[in-house]
Design a protein around this ligand. Structure first.
Ligand SMILES: Cc1cc2nc3c(=O)[nH]c(=O)nc-3n(C[C@H](O)[C@H](O)[C@H](O)COP(=O)(O)OP(=O)(O)OC[C@H]3O[C@@H](n4cnc5c(N)ncnc54)[C@H](O)[C@@H]3O)c2cc1C
Length: 404
């Protein structure tokens, strides 16, 4: 299956990773990104497990290490900013990983690693798709049409092309939470530790240091599924401010920052459950196919391993159907494992009452206790999860390519 012409949509994590491997295997790759430039917003991602192995194979592990966010560990604080528990980076239960990087830095590294070999087109998206016997006709937003052998959707959770290509829509499993992310100015209370603060009414604040002298803030809260759906940026700001007003800790500081920011990323926390990853000549990878949400802490692992396996299977297979089947069979059990959340998540972690918050902080404070380890295992103990790790075949190995 070499020398085929492949279109990838989305230039974030999954798109450039699949483009890198396809190019390395001899395919002709074009990536279209709907935005006029790379979207470099967002907070910390961790490159661990399969993602770290793939980054190493791509020769970017050290570049990622050099751009680490400088975070030394996680502190749980109460609303008086008193530390109730501390998990340094070295601890096996720490949320801070060896390769902790801002999402924008990782996107930039992946783009830089591919931009000379792959054609990137920004400000473009697919308007129409027509599956043909010998290829797929793509009409772009610019009204230009082009024939490709295959289309790979890497457009994230809200993918539009998925709607055009798939008859059966994936299911969205709403986890009962909304999260707002933004970059804020550093203050005297910030340090190289991340701070996590539970407040009443199901609110969790998290402030994390970055390698640019600013602070990456997020606030997550319980909400009904459509409570903040379809809002403009200004309406989102009003909704978030109303929700966190009076909740103590550094909420007033955050409210001031929210009021003045244009860098707000506000999302409904939902998982994508697709029964099929492909339809004819179109296949999905990353969040578009199997978003696990930041709560699962597996977005980068899933995006990079799916991209690696899909490209490898296309390289090794006789035809695209065989490759798509092999990709899906390898990924589905891993997706299931990554998306499974332990009982009690997220409800127990977002207590509504003052008493509930007090109990949770009390549990954290018993360092090394079973409840503290249980909690870190849910959200942060990613060093110990998942039970099932995915096998990453070496597709450049001759034995695998006997199938060619
Ligand atoms: C701006 C932004 C900020 C984020 N911040 C965080 C964060 O702080 N923490 C976290 O855990 N996760 C964050 N994520 C999600 C995270 O990047 C993913 O969970 C994960 O890395 C998998 O990436 P992906 O490549 O599958 O999808 P995504 O990272 O969602 O990227 C999808 C890309 O496709 C592009 N796109 C969308 N529609 C089209 C279209 N029709 N045609 C062409 N291109 C299209 C988007 O502009 C985007 O560049 C963020 C995503 C984005 C886009």
């Amino acid at each position: 299956m070499k020398d085929k012409k492949i279109l990838v949509t989305g230039a974030s994590i999954a798109g450039p990773t699949v483009a890198y491997w396809l190019n390395r295997y001899g395919f002709k790759v074009t990536v279209v990104e709907r935005d006029p430039e790379l979207r470099l917003g967002g907070q910390n991602l961790d490159v661990k497990g399969p993602a770290q192995v793939i980054a190493s194979k791509m020769g970017i592990e050290e570049i990622i290490r050099e751009r680490n966010t400088t975070e030394v560990g996680l502190r749980f604080v109460d609303t008086d900013n008193k530390t109730v528990a501390e998990f340094p980076k070295e601890s096996s239960f720490s949320m801070t990983q060896e390769l902790e990087i801002l999402r924008g830095d990782l996107v930039q590294i992946l783009y830089d690693q591919t931009k000379n070999d792959v054609t990137y087109r920004f400000g473009e998206y697919i308007k129409e798709l027509k599956q043909q016997e010998h290829g797929i006709d793509v009409t772009f937003s610019s009204d230009k049409s082009e024939l490709f052998d295959l289309v790979i959707i890497a457009e994230g959770i809200g993918s539009h092309t998925r709607k055009l290509a798939f008859q059966n829509k994936p299911e969205f499993k709403y986890l009962g939470l909304y999260t707002a992310y933004l970059t804020i100015s550093k203050s005297t209370t910030d340090s190289s530790w991340a701070r996590w603060c539970n407040a009443e009414n199901g609110i969790v604040f998290m402030f994390r240091p970055d390698n640019y002298g600013t602070t990456r803030a997020s606030v997550t809260f319980t909400a009904k599924e459509d409570e903040y759906k379809g809002l403009t940026l200004d309406e989102q700001k009003i909704g978030i401010i109303d929700r966190i007003k009076g909740s103590g800790w550094e909420s007033e500081r955050l409210i001031k920052e929210i009021s003045g920011t244009s860098d707000l990323y506000f999302e409904r926390v939902s998982q994508v459950k697709a029964s099929k990853f492909s339809e004819g000549r179109v296949v999905m990878i990353g969040d578009a196919a199997y978003c696990a949400t930041p709560i699962a802490g597996k977005g980068t692992d899933l995006a990079m391993s799916g991209a690696y396996i899909l490209a490898g299977e296309l390289y090794a297979a006789k035809n695209y159907q065989e490759a798509f089947d092999a990709y899906e069979n390898k990924m589905q059990p891993y997706v299931k494992e990554c998306q499974s959340l332990p009982p009690g998540v997220p409800k127990l972690v977002y207590p509504q009452s003052k008493v509930g918050v007090g109990i949770l902080n009390g549990l954290f404070s018993v360092l090394g206790s079973k409840p503290a380890k249980w909690f870190m295992g849910l959200f942060a103990g990613k060093k110990t999860t998942p039970k099932l790790d995915i096998i990453l075949p070496n597709y450049e190995d001759d034995k695998i390519n006997k199938r060619l």
